[in-house]
Design a protein around this ligand. Structure first.
Ligand code: TRP
Length: 391
Protein backbone atom coordinates (compact mmCIF):
# COMPACT_ATOMS: atom_id res chain seq x y z
CA UNK A 1 0.00 0.00 0.00
CA UNK A 2 1.23 3.48 -0.82
CA UNK A 3 2.12 5.54 2.23
CA UNK A 4 -0.38 8.36 2.53
CA UNK A 5 0.12 8.73 6.25
CA UNK A 6 1.67 12.20 6.37
CA UNK A 7 -0.15 14.42 8.78
CA UNK A 8 -1.24 16.52 5.81
CA UNK A 9 -3.32 13.83 4.31
CA UNK A 10 -7.07 13.87 4.25
CA UNK A 11 -7.33 17.60 3.98
CA UNK A 12 -8.96 19.33 1.11
CA UNK A 13 -7.25 22.67 1.30
CA UNK A 14 -3.62 23.44 1.86
CA UNK A 15 -4.07 27.18 2.34
CA UNK A 16 -5.41 27.07 5.85
CA UNK A 17 -3.28 27.91 8.83
CA UNK A 18 -2.05 25.27 11.23
CA UNK A 19 -4.59 26.23 13.87
CA UNK A 20 -7.31 23.70 14.47
CA UNK A 21 -9.96 23.07 17.03
CA UNK A 22 -11.58 19.76 17.94
CA UNK A 23 -14.29 19.55 20.59
CA UNK A 24 -17.43 17.39 20.70
CA UNK A 25 -19.38 20.33 19.29
CA UNK A 26 -16.91 22.06 16.98
CA UNK A 27 -14.38 20.78 14.49
CA UNK A 28 -12.55 23.57 12.73
CA UNK A 29 -9.39 24.23 10.78
CA UNK A 30 -6.80 21.99 9.26
CA UNK A 31 -6.49 19.00 11.49
CA UNK A 32 -3.13 17.48 12.28
CA UNK A 33 -4.03 14.00 13.49
CA UNK A 34 -0.60 13.29 14.93
CA UNK A 35 -0.79 16.43 17.02
CA UNK A 36 -4.27 15.41 18.12
CA UNK A 37 -2.89 12.13 19.48
CA UNK A 38 -0.45 14.18 21.56
CA UNK A 39 -3.00 16.77 22.59
CA UNK A 40 -5.54 14.17 23.74
CA UNK A 41 -2.96 11.74 25.13
CA UNK A 42 -4.19 8.76 23.08
CA UNK A 43 -2.13 6.03 21.41
CA UNK A 44 -1.52 5.55 17.68
CA UNK A 45 -2.74 2.28 16.16
CA UNK A 46 0.45 0.37 15.54
CA UNK A 47 1.28 -2.55 13.30
CA UNK A 48 1.37 -4.86 16.29
CA UNK A 49 -2.24 -3.97 17.12
CA UNK A 50 -3.24 -4.52 13.51
CA UNK A 51 -1.55 -7.93 13.68
CA UNK A 52 -3.56 -8.80 16.77
CA UNK A 53 -6.82 -7.77 15.07
CA UNK A 54 -5.94 -9.80 12.03
CA UNK A 55 -5.18 -12.81 14.20
CA UNK A 56 -8.55 -12.54 15.92
CA UNK A 57 -10.71 -11.69 12.89
CA UNK A 58 -8.96 -13.24 9.93
CA UNK A 59 -9.22 -10.03 7.94
CA UNK A 60 -8.46 -6.37 8.49
CA UNK A 61 -11.22 -3.94 7.76
CA UNK A 62 -10.11 -1.41 5.10
CA UNK A 63 -10.82 1.49 7.46
CA UNK A 64 -8.21 0.08 9.83
CA UNK A 65 -5.75 -0.67 7.09
CA UNK A 66 -6.18 2.76 5.53
CA UNK A 67 -5.70 4.38 8.96
CA UNK A 68 -9.11 6.00 9.00
CA UNK A 69 -9.19 4.59 12.51
CA UNK A 70 -5.85 5.90 13.62
CA UNK A 71 -5.80 6.19 17.40
CA UNK A 72 -7.01 4.29 20.45
CA UNK A 73 -7.03 3.74 24.16
CA UNK A 74 -6.71 0.19 25.49
CA UNK A 75 -7.80 -1.42 22.22
CA UNK A 76 -4.93 -3.88 22.73
CA UNK A 77 -6.28 -4.64 26.21
CA UNK A 78 -9.72 -5.40 24.74
CA UNK A 79 -8.12 -7.76 22.22
CA UNK A 80 -6.18 -9.52 24.99
CA UNK A 81 -9.35 -9.91 27.05
CA UNK A 82 -11.08 -11.37 24.01
CA UNK A 83 -8.26 -13.90 23.59
CA UNK A 84 -8.84 -14.83 27.24
CA UNK A 85 -12.53 -15.40 26.42
CA UNK A 86 -13.78 -12.29 28.14
CA UNK A 87 -16.17 -10.76 25.62
CA UNK A 88 -16.62 -7.04 25.19
CA UNK A 89 -19.61 -4.85 24.34
CA UNK A 90 -19.50 -2.19 21.67
CA UNK A 91 -20.90 1.26 22.36
CA UNK A 92 -21.37 4.03 19.85
CA UNK A 93 -23.84 6.82 19.23
CA UNK A 94 -25.16 9.70 17.27
CA UNK A 95 -26.46 13.17 18.04
CA UNK A 96 -29.66 13.40 15.97
CA UNK A 97 -29.19 16.96 14.75
CA UNK A 98 -29.99 16.26 11.12
CA UNK A 99 -30.15 13.60 8.45
CA UNK A 100 -27.36 11.04 8.17
CA UNK A 101 -24.66 11.35 5.50
CA UNK A 102 -21.93 9.05 4.27
CA UNK A 103 -19.41 10.43 6.76
CA UNK A 104 -21.63 9.23 9.59
CA UNK A 105 -21.95 5.77 8.11
CA UNK A 106 -18.24 5.00 8.09
CA UNK A 107 -17.78 4.37 11.82
CA UNK A 108 -21.11 2.53 11.86
CA UNK A 109 -20.04 0.21 9.06
CA UNK A 110 -16.84 -0.38 10.95
CA UNK A 111 -18.78 -1.07 14.16
CA UNK A 112 -20.84 -3.64 12.27
CA UNK A 113 -17.62 -5.35 11.15
CA UNK A 114 -16.49 -5.50 14.79
CA UNK A 115 -19.88 -6.86 15.85
CA UNK A 116 -19.77 -9.53 13.14
CA UNK A 117 -16.18 -10.55 13.83
CA UNK A 118 -16.23 -10.52 17.62
CA UNK A 119 -19.89 -11.41 18.14
CA UNK A 120 -20.27 -8.36 20.37
CA UNK A 121 -23.42 -6.88 21.78
CA UNK A 122 -23.82 -3.24 20.79
CA UNK A 123 -25.40 -0.30 22.56
CA UNK A 124 -26.26 2.59 20.26
CA UNK A 125 -27.10 5.87 21.98
CA UNK A 126 -29.05 8.74 20.41
CA UNK A 127 -28.32 11.92 22.34
CA UNK A 128 -31.42 13.88 21.40
CA UNK A 129 -31.13 15.86 24.64
CA UNK A 130 -27.58 16.94 23.80
CA UNK A 131 -28.60 18.21 20.36
CA UNK A 132 -31.56 20.06 21.81
CA UNK A 133 -29.49 21.66 24.55
CA UNK A 134 -26.62 22.67 22.31
CA UNK A 135 -28.46 24.39 19.48
CA UNK A 136 -30.03 27.80 19.98
CA UNK A 137 -32.80 27.27 17.49
CA UNK A 138 -33.66 23.57 17.26
CA UNK A 139 -37.01 22.48 18.67
CA UNK A 140 -37.62 19.14 20.40
CA UNK A 141 -40.12 18.40 17.66
CA UNK A 142 -37.49 18.75 14.95
CA UNK A 143 -35.07 16.54 16.87
CA UNK A 144 -37.74 13.88 17.38
CA UNK A 145 -38.12 13.72 13.63
CA UNK A 146 -34.39 13.33 13.04
CA UNK A 147 -34.20 10.74 15.80
CA UNK A 148 -36.73 8.60 13.94
CA UNK A 149 -34.98 9.07 10.58
CA UNK A 150 -31.57 8.31 12.12
CA UNK A 151 -32.88 5.09 13.72
CA UNK A 152 -33.76 3.90 10.21
CA UNK A 153 -30.18 4.59 9.13
CA UNK A 154 -28.76 2.73 12.10
CA UNK A 155 -30.87 -0.33 11.39
CA UNK A 156 -30.14 -0.10 7.64
CA UNK A 157 -26.42 -0.31 8.42
CA UNK A 158 -27.10 -3.97 9.08
CA UNK A 159 -26.49 -4.51 12.78
CA UNK A 160 -27.65 -7.82 14.24
CA UNK A 161 -31.09 -7.27 15.82
CA UNK A 162 -30.40 -9.86 18.53
CA UNK A 163 -27.20 -8.14 19.54
CA UNK A 164 -28.04 -4.47 19.12
CA UNK A 165 -30.01 -2.14 21.33
CA UNK A 166 -30.71 1.55 20.72
CA UNK A 167 -31.16 3.97 23.61
CA UNK A 168 -32.77 7.34 22.95
CA UNK A 169 -31.86 9.58 25.88
CA UNK A 170 -35.23 11.24 26.44
CA UNK A 171 -37.08 7.93 25.97
CA UNK A 172 -34.90 5.50 27.89
CA UNK A 173 -33.58 7.83 30.56
CA UNK A 174 -34.70 5.51 33.37
CA UNK A 175 -31.97 3.03 32.36
CA UNK A 176 -29.29 5.71 32.17
CA UNK A 177 -30.14 8.00 35.05
CA UNK A 178 -29.01 5.87 38.00
CA UNK A 179 -25.59 5.40 36.40
CA UNK A 180 -25.43 9.02 35.22
CA UNK A 181 -26.08 10.19 38.79
CA UNK A 182 -23.28 8.00 40.13
CA UNK A 183 -20.95 9.44 37.51
CA UNK A 184 -22.09 13.05 37.96
CA UNK A 185 -21.45 12.89 41.68
CA UNK A 186 -17.80 12.15 41.00
CA UNK A 187 -17.17 15.04 38.58
CA UNK A 188 -16.67 18.60 39.69
CA UNK A 189 -17.63 21.67 37.70
CA UNK A 190 -13.99 22.60 37.57
CA UNK A 191 -13.11 19.29 35.85
CA UNK A 192 -16.04 19.59 33.44
CA UNK A 193 -14.95 23.13 32.56
CA UNK A 194 -11.43 22.10 31.77
CA UNK A 195 -12.40 18.95 29.84
CA UNK A 196 -15.25 20.48 27.79
CA UNK A 197 -14.47 24.19 27.84
CA UNK A 198 -17.75 25.16 29.53
CA UNK A 199 -18.04 28.76 30.64
CA UNK A 200 -20.38 30.85 32.79
CA UNK A 201 -22.63 31.41 29.80
CA UNK A 202 -23.04 27.69 29.01
CA UNK A 203 -26.57 26.55 29.84
CA UNK A 204 -26.76 24.18 32.79
CA UNK A 205 -28.31 21.45 30.66
CA UNK A 206 -25.09 21.20 28.66
CA UNK A 207 -23.02 21.28 31.83
CA UNK A 208 -25.01 18.40 33.26
CA UNK A 209 -25.12 16.38 30.05
CA UNK A 210 -21.73 14.57 29.89
CA UNK A 211 -22.62 11.88 32.49
CA UNK A 212 -25.56 10.89 30.26
CA UNK A 213 -23.18 10.08 27.43
CA UNK A 214 -20.87 8.32 29.87
CA UNK A 215 -23.60 6.08 31.33
CA UNK A 216 -23.72 3.56 28.44
CA UNK A 217 -20.03 2.82 29.10
CA UNK A 218 -21.14 1.05 32.29
CA UNK A 219 -24.61 -0.18 31.31
CA UNK A 220 -23.14 -3.46 29.95
CA UNK A 221 -21.70 -4.16 33.41
CA UNK A 222 -25.17 -3.63 34.89
CA UNK A 223 -26.78 -5.87 32.24
CA UNK A 224 -24.19 -8.62 32.75
CA UNK A 225 -24.04 -8.24 36.51
CA UNK A 226 -20.22 -8.03 36.46
CA UNK A 227 -17.55 -5.61 35.22
CA UNK A 228 -17.67 -5.90 31.43
CA UNK A 229 -15.18 -4.49 28.90
CA UNK A 230 -16.57 -1.92 26.47
CA UNK A 231 -15.05 -0.70 23.21
CA UNK A 232 -16.20 2.60 21.74
CA UNK A 233 -15.67 3.24 18.03
CA UNK A 234 -16.15 6.98 17.50
CA UNK A 235 -14.67 9.99 15.78
CA UNK A 236 -11.84 11.55 17.80
CA UNK A 237 -13.93 14.63 18.67
CA UNK A 238 -15.85 12.53 21.23
CA UNK A 239 -12.71 11.82 23.22
CA UNK A 240 -13.31 14.36 26.02
CA UNK A 241 -16.32 12.29 27.13
CA UNK A 242 -14.20 9.17 27.44
CA UNK A 243 -11.38 10.93 29.25
CA UNK A 244 -13.90 12.02 31.85
CA UNK A 245 -15.48 8.56 32.04
CA UNK A 246 -12.17 6.75 32.38
CA UNK A 247 -11.36 9.00 35.31
CA UNK A 248 -14.30 7.77 37.36
CA UNK A 249 -14.57 4.16 36.10
CA UNK A 250 -12.38 2.36 38.58
CA UNK A 251 -13.71 4.34 41.54
CA UNK A 252 -17.14 2.99 40.55
CA UNK A 253 -15.91 -0.60 40.29
CA UNK A 254 -15.94 -0.81 36.47
CA UNK A 255 -13.31 -1.21 33.76
CA UNK A 256 -12.23 1.93 31.97
CA UNK A 257 -13.95 2.01 28.58
CA UNK A 258 -11.63 1.47 25.59
CA UNK A 259 -11.76 3.59 22.47
CA UNK A 260 -10.87 3.38 18.83
CA UNK A 261 -10.83 6.81 17.22
CA UNK A 262 -11.54 7.77 13.61
CA UNK A 263 -10.59 10.78 11.57
CA UNK A 264 -13.25 12.88 9.87
CA UNK A 265 -14.41 12.34 6.33
CA UNK A 266 -13.61 15.50 4.38
CA UNK A 267 -16.57 17.38 2.96
CA UNK A 268 -16.93 17.75 -0.79
CA UNK A 269 -16.34 21.49 -0.40
CA UNK A 270 -13.09 23.35 0.14
CA UNK A 271 -12.21 22.32 3.66
CA UNK A 272 -13.34 20.82 6.92
CA UNK A 273 -15.23 17.64 7.69
CA UNK A 274 -18.35 16.54 5.87
CA UNK A 275 -20.98 18.63 7.52
CA UNK A 276 -24.74 18.51 7.87
CA UNK A 277 -24.73 22.26 8.21
CA UNK A 278 -23.37 22.53 4.66
CA UNK A 279 -25.70 20.10 2.89
CA UNK A 280 -24.20 20.79 -0.52
CA UNK A 281 -20.91 19.27 0.64
CA UNK A 282 -22.27 15.99 1.98
CA UNK A 283 -24.06 13.01 0.46
CA UNK A 284 -27.06 12.12 2.60
CA UNK A 285 -28.79 8.74 2.75
CA UNK A 286 -31.97 10.57 1.77
CA UNK A 287 -30.47 12.22 -1.36
CA UNK A 288 -32.01 11.56 -4.75
CA UNK A 289 -29.67 10.40 -7.56
CA UNK A 290 -29.89 13.80 -9.27
CA UNK A 291 -28.82 15.55 -6.08
CA UNK A 292 -25.85 13.23 -5.69
CA UNK A 293 -24.88 13.85 -9.30
CA UNK A 294 -25.07 17.62 -8.77
CA UNK A 295 -23.07 17.61 -5.53
CA UNK A 296 -20.34 15.41 -6.93
CA UNK A 297 -20.00 17.43 -10.11
CA UNK A 298 -19.67 20.62 -8.03
CA UNK A 299 -17.13 19.05 -5.67
CA UNK A 300 -13.80 20.64 -4.91
CA UNK A 301 -10.88 18.56 -6.22
CA UNK A 302 -7.10 18.56 -6.08
CA UNK A 303 -7.00 19.21 -9.83
CA UNK A 304 -5.27 22.02 -11.73
CA UNK A 305 -7.16 24.96 -13.25
CA UNK A 306 -7.01 23.62 -16.83
CA UNK A 307 -6.71 20.25 -18.53
CA UNK A 308 -3.38 21.35 -19.99
CA UNK A 309 -1.94 22.18 -16.58
CA UNK A 310 -3.33 18.97 -15.14
CA UNK A 311 -1.54 16.92 -17.82
CA UNK A 312 1.63 18.91 -17.22
CA UNK A 313 1.74 19.17 -13.43
CA UNK A 314 -0.53 16.38 -12.21
CA UNK A 315 -3.15 16.73 -9.50
CA UNK A 316 -3.04 16.77 -5.71
CA UNK A 317 -4.90 13.58 -4.83
CA UNK A 318 -4.01 13.74 -1.13
CA UNK A 319 -5.75 17.12 -0.87
CA UNK A 320 -8.77 15.98 -2.89
CA UNK A 321 -12.00 14.98 -1.15
CA UNK A 322 -13.15 13.05 -4.24
CA UNK A 323 -10.05 10.88 -3.97
CA UNK A 324 -10.69 10.17 -0.29
CA UNK A 325 -14.34 9.24 -0.82
CA UNK A 326 -13.36 6.82 -3.52
CA UNK A 327 -10.56 5.41 -1.37
CA UNK A 328 -12.68 4.87 1.72
CA UNK A 329 -15.89 3.74 0.08
CA UNK A 330 -15.58 2.39 -3.41
CA UNK A 331 -12.02 1.65 -4.59
CA UNK A 332 -10.10 -1.42 -3.60
CA UNK A 333 -6.75 -0.56 -2.07
CA UNK A 334 -5.03 -1.36 -5.34
CA UNK A 335 -7.40 0.68 -7.44
CA UNK A 336 -6.94 3.57 -5.07
CA UNK A 337 -3.14 3.39 -5.12
CA UNK A 338 -3.25 3.34 -8.93
CA UNK A 339 -5.63 6.28 -8.97
CA UNK A 340 -3.21 8.24 -6.81
CA UNK A 341 -0.26 7.58 -9.11
CA UNK A 342 -2.23 8.33 -12.26
CA UNK A 343 -3.53 11.58 -10.80
CA UNK A 344 -0.12 12.75 -9.64
CA UNK A 345 1.43 12.05 -13.01
CA UNK A 346 -1.23 14.02 -14.89
CA UNK A 347 -2.76 10.96 -16.53
CA UNK A 348 -6.12 11.26 -14.85
CA UNK A 349 -8.59 14.10 -15.10
CA UNK A 350 -10.99 15.12 -12.35
CA UNK A 351 -14.01 14.38 -14.51
CA UNK A 352 -13.20 10.69 -14.47
CA UNK A 353 -12.90 10.51 -10.69
CA UNK A 354 -16.10 12.48 -10.26
CA UNK A 355 -17.92 10.17 -12.59
CA UNK A 356 -16.64 7.12 -10.64
CA UNK A 357 -17.74 8.71 -7.38
CA UNK A 358 -21.18 9.70 -8.66
CA UNK A 359 -21.76 6.18 -9.98
CA UNK A 360 -20.59 4.51 -6.77
CA UNK A 361 -22.55 6.82 -4.48
CA UNK A 362 -25.77 6.59 -6.47
CA UNK A 363 -25.82 2.83 -6.38
CA UNK A 364 -24.75 2.70 -2.72
CA UNK A 365 -27.48 5.13 -1.65
CA UNK A 366 -30.14 3.43 -3.78
CA UNK A 367 -29.45 0.14 -1.99
CA UNK A 368 -29.22 1.80 1.38
CA UNK A 369 -32.62 3.41 0.87
CA UNK A 370 -34.22 0.01 0.29
CA UNK A 371 -32.80 -1.22 3.59
CA UNK A 372 -34.04 1.97 5.25
CA UNK A 373 -37.58 1.24 4.06
CA UNK A 374 -37.45 -2.28 5.49
CA UNK A 375 -36.12 -0.93 8.76
CA UNK A 376 -39.46 0.76 9.43
CA UNK A 377 -41.06 -2.59 10.29
CA UNK A 378 -38.45 -3.74 12.80
CA UNK A 379 -37.74 -0.65 14.90
CA UNK A 380 -39.27 -2.17 18.03
CA UNK A 381 -36.82 -5.12 17.92
CA UNK A 382 -33.91 -2.72 18.31
CA UNK A 383 -35.10 -0.59 21.22
CA UNK A 384 -33.55 -1.13 24.63
CA UNK A 385 -36.06 -2.36 27.19
CA UNK A 386 -33.93 -2.87 30.28
CA UNK A 387 -33.61 -6.60 29.61
CA UNK A 388 -30.59 -8.55 28.53
CA UNK A 389 -30.02 -9.03 24.83
CA UNK A 390 -31.01 -11.85 22.53
CA UNK A 391 -34.78 -11.82 22.71
N1 TRP B 1 -22.24 13.05 21.21
C1 TRP B 1 -22.31 12.28 19.99
C2 TRP B 1 -22.61 13.22 18.82
O1 TRP B 1 -22.87 14.36 18.97
C3 TRP B 1 -23.31 11.19 20.05
C4 TRP B 1 -22.84 10.02 20.88
C5 TRP B 1 -23.39 9.57 22.05
C6 TRP B 1 -21.75 9.14 20.58
N2 TRP B 1 -22.73 8.48 22.50
C7 TRP B 1 -21.73 8.18 21.64
C8 TRP B 1 -20.84 9.06 19.53
C9 TRP B 1 -20.78 7.16 21.65
C10 TRP B 1 -19.90 8.06 19.56
C11 TRP B 1 -19.86 7.12 20.61
O2 TRP B 1 -22.58 12.79 17.69
Amino acid sequence: MIDVSSSKNNESNDNLTDEFKVTPWQVEGKIDYNKLIERFGTQPITQSILDKVKKATGELHPLLKLQYFFSHRDFDWILDKYQEHENFYLYTGRGPSGMVHMGHLMPWMFTKYLQDKFGSNLLFQLTDDEKFLYAQTRSMEEIRLYTYENILDIIATGFDSKKTRIVVDTKHIQYLYPLASEIAKRITFSTAKSVFGFSNSTNVGMIGFPPIQAAPCFLPSVIEGKPTPVLIPAAIDQDPYWRMTRDVAERMGYYKPSQIHSKFLPGLGMSGKMSSSKPETAIFTSDEPEEIEKKVSAAFTGGQATVGLQRLLGGNAIGCPVFWYLRYFFDTERESDERLLKCKSGNLLCGECKSDLAKGSKSFITNFKKRREKAKDVIANFMYDGQSYGK
